[in-house]
Design a protein around this ligand. Structure first.
Ligand SMILES: [Zn+2]
Length: 241
């Protein structure tokens, strides 16, 4: 982890930013909000001396995850990789579609926060497979937190791992928030895609992560939904800020 508001690694609006070393350089998962790009890069240097940021994967178009994409691309020349749903939002800096406008009105972000447009080099659809810095990733589309939310699967240090964005958090907490595009309906359609993956490393965009036994956090949410219940949500328990 090279960025995070919760662990005090970078800016106050940054999701967890993960860095993975591949054969061709470093892959970042999400960029943070863009206020502390230099801090992220200095953390990358500290962790992976002499390695270059080769690729940036974005889980979805919320500001705390993608606001720093343009600055990161400019500073490192990295390849920016998003889903085909996130792509048009990022490339045009669409603050309506990203939810930034609504989030500003709700007071989640200061009035001056903007989404800088960022060119995307590669995009994928549900189930899409691609390589970033020589590491193979698979993307899984899980709606519910936002329409464009994707999880990334990869084998990291010999363990099947998931970068879950804001789809599912530690303890089986889901990411439903009170904004347009978010709701249980998406989870009802898509959450089952995360079943039976044998996940060890569990790396969500906020809160606690786990190096082993990751699947149980996902399964906990799936079990609840199968019984007809709504799992706990991100807003319950001050998990975010
Ligand atoms: Zn989000």
């Amino acid at each position: 982890m090279v960025g995070s508001l919760q662990y005090g690694l970078s800016g106050p609006m940054d999701c967890h930013v993960y860095a993975v070393r591949g054969p061709e350089g470093v892959v970042l998962i999400d960029s943070g909000a863009g206020t502390h790009t230099e801090t992220l890069l200095s953390n990358v240097r500290e962790e992976f001396a002499g390695e270059r940021v080769k690729a940036l994967l974005l889980t979805h178009a919320h500001l705390d995850h993608c606001g720093g994409a343009a600055a990161m691309r400019e500073r490192t020349g990295c390849t920016v990789i998003t889903s085909e749903l996130t792509l048009p939002i990022i490339e045009s800096g669409d603050e309506e579609a990203s939810g930034l406008r609504a989030a500003r009105l709700q007071g989640t972000y200061p009035a001056e926060m903007r989404l800088s447009p960022c060119a995307v080099s590669l995009s994928f659809a549900d189930g899409g497979q691609f390589e970033a810095a020589g590491i193979p990733f698979r993307a899984i589309h899980v709606r519910g937190h936002s329409r464009d939310s994707f999880c990334f699967l990869a084998r990291i240090d010999g363990r099947d791992s998931i970068f879950a964005g804001d789809v599912v958090f530690y303890g089986g907490v889901l990411g439903v928030i009170n904004v347009e595009g978010s709701g249980m309906e998406g989870y009802r359609s898509d959450l089952h895609k995360l079943q039976g993956l044998g996940i060890e490393g569990f790396f969500p965009g906020h809160g606690l992560f786990a190096i082993t036994g990751g699947q149980r956090h996902i399964d906990k949410a799936i079990e609840q939904t199968k019984k007809g219940f709504i799992p706990r949500q991100i807003g319950q328990g001050e998990l975010l800020f």
